[in-house]
Design a protein around this ligand. Sequence first.
Ligand code: IFM
Length: 455
Amino acid sequence: MNSFPPGFVFGSATSSYQIEGAVDVDGRGESIWDRFSHTPGKVKGGDNGDIACDHYHRFAEDIALLQKLNVDAYRLSIAWPRILPTGSEATPNAKGLAFYDRIVDGLLEAGITPWVTLYHWDLPQALQDAGGWPSRGIIDPFVHFADVMSRHLGDRVKHWITHNEPWVVATLGYWNGEHAPGIKDPNAALKAAHHILLSHGKAVPVIRANSADSQVGITLNLTPGIPASGSEADRIACQQFDGFFNRWYLDPLHKRGYPADQVAHYEDEGHLPKGLDFVHDGDLETIAVDTDFLGINYYSRAIIRSDKVDEADNAPRTQAVPPPERCTDFGWEVWPDGLYDIMARLHHDYDSGDLVVTENGCAYSTEPDDDGRVKDARRVSYFDSHLRACLRCVTDGIPLTGYFAWSLLDNFEWAEGYEKRFGLTWVDFETGERRPKDSFRFFAEVAKTGTLPTW
Ligand code: IFM
């Protein structure tokens, strides 16, 4: 079977800081990504999101692109400091709200359903200065932001995602400092993860109250781990990887609390000197709030080799290191079966309910040919293979209800700057020109027909 069932949602996704630009326009406040990207040495090439794709001014052109892409839905995020410049003002910035009105109204006129993510990483700098996600004081401002946005857009927006990829926010932002705000403190990262999940749990009922009949969820980035060999050391390393990357988020969201084996591991490593003292009575019940769907961002799998034994003493690998030709420009292995495996696990082990691929895509830097065409055959193949994995899920009765391609546009890829291109549309970052790639035409045909080609 090559066809998706009727009602399966095809969409594309972006995020505010990665595309909007206009960072000091119409009252927007400073975000942690403005501060971080303007700190020398933090982002490759010294790049920043000051202009990005200039979507703030070109949004109508981008909605027209979405129409040409034949998508049912578009996933965008809201720049918190555009609405509440220092994060928690009682009165929102009217010009910021008006910008998202223009987008949402434009999408609805174009027959495209908006899916809104509240937090895709552009925290107001003032809230970071007050402690950021490691501080419990962040929760009320986030819930206030969720309240403001869902009150304002809740009549027109019926799909809400509280957070995008808590693992990235906590780990890259606070554990290894590769992302804003650039902090390197594992204990702070574990607190950040908890407060993100808790703020999700507190925001869901607020959004529901403001936006009748809405669907509310959270998006996790999940990566299946595969032990590199059958050795005990690799098995343990893989279990710890899974605890760190997947279960630390999945388990509390599914009423299981934090995984005991991983808590013990973090204690052994000295990351929890006071245990889980930041988990207060009632927090776990709040986090495990019922949601309408779980969003999954899937990019690749990870082959896990223990670093606790010398290579010479470990068992020979049974999983080869992926050859470069099977990897994207990011070095991420192209592994569509991992998408199926993750979805099957969520359905069978966690009984997660409705699942949506809220991001899937690949970085390949194909430039326009002499004839101006962007022939990104590897991206076409990536989307084709991952959409086939989605189809397999659906055929096997896994409740996967939608797929959002990352990303509509080449954009600011965080600490990688503009070097890594994920777009269906090529962007000239000097002029702002947009040019649909071959993968755009491929995806447009799939979205239009609901059918994958027979090659
Ligand atoms: O660009 C990011 C996005 O912001 C979050 N998910 C992964 C993408 C590719 O790295």
